[in-house]
Design a protein around this ligand. Structure first.
Ligand SMILES: Nc1ncnc2c1ncn2[C@@H]1O[C@H](COP(=O)(O)OP(=O)(O)OP(=O)(O)O)[C@@H](O)[C@H]1O
Length: 603
């Protein structure tokens, strides 16, 4: 469980402020404003989870808000339920709709997901307008007052109730942001493909939209009881724009952003109440200005100031407080299996008329380093993409330890112990170095969503255990001193080493390194060379795609040479170095002799 200090700061203090509010502002208008603030805040906190963590944009949140409102009102009235039961049911139905929209838009991202959500919001708007028998259409619907067991809550009591929900949601979401789920959502937002090859199933994680929809539904249900009247005009498109504006102006992905964003969108209409016809125009203008001047929102920009960074930044302060066991023995890798572990049979990858990989057979032996080399465009990266499930081959088969994995998705392949690094770096740039490595442990974490929501003692123990393991891996690649820096701040070569450590976190049986030395300085190349040697010594099976012949020739046990997508030849480094076809493929002549003998690099 969280510490006493955390309970006081996160729960006790905000509750005390909310409890004291009616005594300080004993006035119906202020109480109503406070209710509106808290309801809007709940929706914006939920939307911030979606936008801030996964960078998915929903422009149809009013749809979930409306579902929560109508369901709460209708169920409450027809079944005579307590308002909190009806709000819970309304929120759950909104979450179910969120899950359906997420599944329907599984591969849609960015503007496409935004379009899907706009369509959804509009559809709900049309239904609420036309399904008059149920919703009352434009003439509206009158929900019961917020009451239970015959007692009707006073406006200030209702405000306390909304405040309690807001505080609990905030605490839960802040736990999610800080734990494994927040990290994984951020990783998905940064690089879906890198998350997948580390075992994250993108499908499962689209569930974020459902959580966000749950909170929008709760906001809608609370609004229905607050207002005492809902109609189709309560749920128009501009409401979605207001919600998203609140998230962006406040600072997407920041903890205090929703507070600031909500304050702005709730208070501005009050300040500009004379110009009600121009509200959308005013908000549009503010949003544009914000995007131009404060691209990370008010809190996002403030968090860049050195003084405030510690308090407002996304970096996890708890991470630094963890006592890392710096003298622990280094992590052990799974024992390598002898004999053939991976069989590629007649692999073909065709892009239209181009055969990037053309009927290639390769056998990988356990505990060896198998190099794949070839001139630019010969099909090496395509082969790695096929092997890691990023591309489904157009022909041939991939058999891993006797199991056919040809049609497996990247996360399934990762679950079988195969992972990779990327030629074009795919780090999670918003995460720290150690958090990048922690994503690699994704499939080893056991704690579930609910346990993370309340941050149980088991979750604390698990976090500490994996932070220590991640730190171990950073020691292996020599980056332990950079653990808490943002990954994007590291040099190119160091970033490549973070990818190696991240891949090792999966505790893979086969690690595919796609040009690990590309773009690195000479010192860094030596370091990378050294790391690969140590991994080889530990018995890890490795596929190494590399242009630096010195590394390839000195480390690999076997080398396959590709040319124009075809396998040119295969054998030991000595055999490859003297093979006439290899020399010919690499331009021919003396220069090439130097090259394949490891004295020069290509690419
Ligand atoms: N997604 C794609 N769509 C179309 N063509 C592609 C795609 N990916 C690769 N190719 C083509 O397939 C061929 C092989 O490319 P690939 O990137 O696998 O070569 P490579 O050996 O890794 O080259 P390099 O050493 O430059 O990284 C090239 O002609 C490339 O243009």
């Amino acid at each position: 469980m969280r510490s006493l200090r955390w309970l006081i700061v996160q729960i006790g203090l905000p509750l005390a402020v909310i409890y004291a509010f009616p005594w300080v502002f004993n006035n119906g208008y202020y109480i109503h404003m406070a209710q509106t603030f808290l309801i809007t805040y709940i929706v914006i906190v939920g939307l911030n989870l979606l936008v801030g963590l996964s960078h998915q944009l929903s422009l149809g949140h009013v749809g979930f808000y409306a579902i929560g409102a109508y369901l709460t009102a209708i169920i409450g009235k027809t079944l005579g339920l307590n308002f909190f039961v009806s709000i819970l049911l309304g929120s759950l139905v909104a979450a179910a709709f969120g899950a359906v929209v997420a599944l329907l838009s599984l591969r849609s991202k960015g503007p496409y997901l935004a379009m899907v959500t706009i369509a959804f919001g509009e559809l709900i708007g049309i239904i609420s307008n036309r399904w008059i028998d149920v919703t009352g259409g434009p003439a509206g619907y009158f929900p019961n007052a917020a009451s239970f067991f015959g007692y009707t809550l006073q406006p200030y009591e209702y405000m306390w109730f909304i405040g309690l929900l807001a505080v609990l949601f905030t605490a839960g979401i802040s736990n999610i942001f800080k734990g494994r789920f927040g990290r994984t959502f951020t990783a998905l937002g940064n690089s879906e493909v890198a998350s997948e090859v580390l075992g994250v199933n993108v499908r499962g994680w689209k569930i974020l939209l459902a959580i966000s929809a749950f909170m929008a539904g709760a906001g809608g249900g609370l609004f229905a009881h607050q207002n005492g009247f809902i109609s189709s005009s309560s749920f128009e498109f501009h409401q979605s724009i207001l919600f998203i504006t609140g998230v962006i102006i406040g600072g997407a992905g920041t903890k205090w952003g929703p507070v600031v964003g909500t304050a702005i969108i709730v208070l501005l209409p009050q300040w500009f109440s004379k110009y009600v016809d121009y509200h959308l125009f005013i908000f549009g203008g503010i949003l544009l200005l914000c995007l131009l001047l404060l691209p990370n929102g008010v809190v996002g920009e403030l968090s860049k100031l050195p003084l405030l960074r510690k308090w407002l930044g996304r970096g996890d302060r708890n991470e630094r407080k963890l006592e890392l066991n710096k003298a622990a023995p280094l992590m052990e890798l799974p024992e390598a299996k002898d004999g053939t572990i991976l069989e590629l049979g007649k692999i073909r990858m065709q892009f239209g008329g181009l055969k990037a990989v053309d009927d290639v057979d390769i056998e990988i032996k356990g505990g060896t380093v198998h190099g794949i080399i070839g001139p630019n465009g010969s099909g090496k990266s395509t082969m790695v993409n096929v092997l890691s499930g990023v591309y489904m081959p157009t022909g041939g088969s991939i058999v891993w330890q006797g199991k056919n994995i040809t049609k497996f998705a990247p996360h399934q392949i990762a679950k079988h112990g195969i992972t990779r690094t990327f030629q074009n770096l795919q780090l999670f740039n918003e995460l720290t170095v150690i958090q990048n490595v922690l994503i690699g442990f994704h499939r080893h974490f056991r704690s579930g969503f609910l346990a993370n929501l309340v941050h149980t003692a088991k979750v604390s123990r698990e976090e500490k255990e994996f932070y220590n393991k991640a730190y171990d891996l950073l020691r292996i690649v020599g980056l332990e001193d950079r653990a808490h820096e943002t990954a994007a701040d590291l040099s190119y070569g160091e970033q490549r080493l973070v990818e190696v450590a991240r891949g090792l976190a999966l505790q893979p049986s086969l690690l595919i390194l796609d040009e690990p030395a590309a773009g690195a300085s000479n010192v860094e190349i030596d370091k990378i060379n050294d790391v690969i040697r140590r991994l080889k010594k530990s018995g890890l099976s490795i596929i190494l795609v590399e242009h630096h012949m010195e590394i390839v020739m000195n480390i690999c046990d076997t080398i396959t040479v590709l040319d124009f997508g075809k396998k040119l030849c295969e054998g030991t480094p000595e055999f490859i170095q003297n093979h006439p076809k290899v020399i010919e493929a690499y331009l021919g002549g003396e220069e090439v002799n130097e090259l394949v003998r490891g004295k020069k690099s290509i690419g």
